[in-house]
Ligand binder design. Structure first.
Ligand SMILES: [Fe+2]
Length: 218
């Protein structure tokens, strides 16, 4: 694994991918209140930090972070795989080789919360930790969760089920975060966040709460 400053993606190509993704996010900002440029740039910044810490290829992780959520431009409420065509087009147009394009596309899938496991590659770990941290930020349920509902056309119950269903096991089995630094700094937030969503799930089973939410509206 390269720890030198020369990675598998040339800095010019990283820049080109950044400009393309940013332009797409800004153009379709209305469609992406949750997964817009604010999300992509946060994940890029944190993934790059985690890649420096775990010695993986920073240029590959940075590029993967930039294209990791383009599926939401292709189809609402979709998995990473739905963005593969657009992702590959963006990478190829930036003159990234077919081998590195395959690598990046595969590692985006590898890092997905829904299916990730304990032994994913270091590059996927850096991307996963950044994307997971965004989910676990204490501010996310307060200022962003309702934007997720609007963007993806899902109900609060569906989102609560998704979060608890996808995150409980990785949390309990000890690979919520892969980086020891991320685990040390953010595990408390992750635990609090999961507990909050578990409580939200439970509260929705109370018919009086359900009536309250119906009265408040979407
Ligand atoms: Fe993401």
């Amino acid at each position: 694994m390269s720890t030198s400053t020369i990675g598998a993606v040339h800095p010019t190509a990283v820049k080109q991918v950044e400009q393309r993704v940013r332009a797409l996010c800004e153009r379709y900002a209305q469609k992406l209140p949750f997964h817009g440029w604010h999300h992509v740039s946060f994940v890029r910044d944190k993934a790059t930090e985690f890649a420096h810490l775990n010695g993986s290829d920073v240029s590959v992780v940075e590029t993967a972070a930039l294209v990791h959520d383009v599926n939401y431009l292709v189809r609402r409420n979709s998995t990473a795989a739905a963005g593969s065509g657009l992702r590959r087009t963006i990478l190829t147009d930036a003159h990234i080789s077919p081998e590195v394009t395959n690598w990046i596309d595969a590692l985006v899938d590898e890092a997905e919360m829904r299916t990730r496991h304990r032994d994913i590659s270091l590059e996927a770990q850096a991307l996963s930790d950044a994307d997971t941290l965004f989910k676990a930020l204490p501010v996310t349920p307060v200022v962003l969760a309702h934007k997720y509902l609007a963007e993806n056309g899902v109900t609060l119950r569906e989102l609560a089920n998704k979060i608890v269903g996808e995150q409980r096991n990785v949390h309990d089995e000890g690979f919520y975060f892969y980086s020891p630094e991320a685990a040390a700094n953010y595990s408390r937030w992750a635990t609090a966040n999961l507990e909050l969503w578990q409580c939200i799930k439970e509260s929705l089973d109370d018919p009086t709460v359900e009536r309250l939410l119906t009265a408040v509206g979407p």
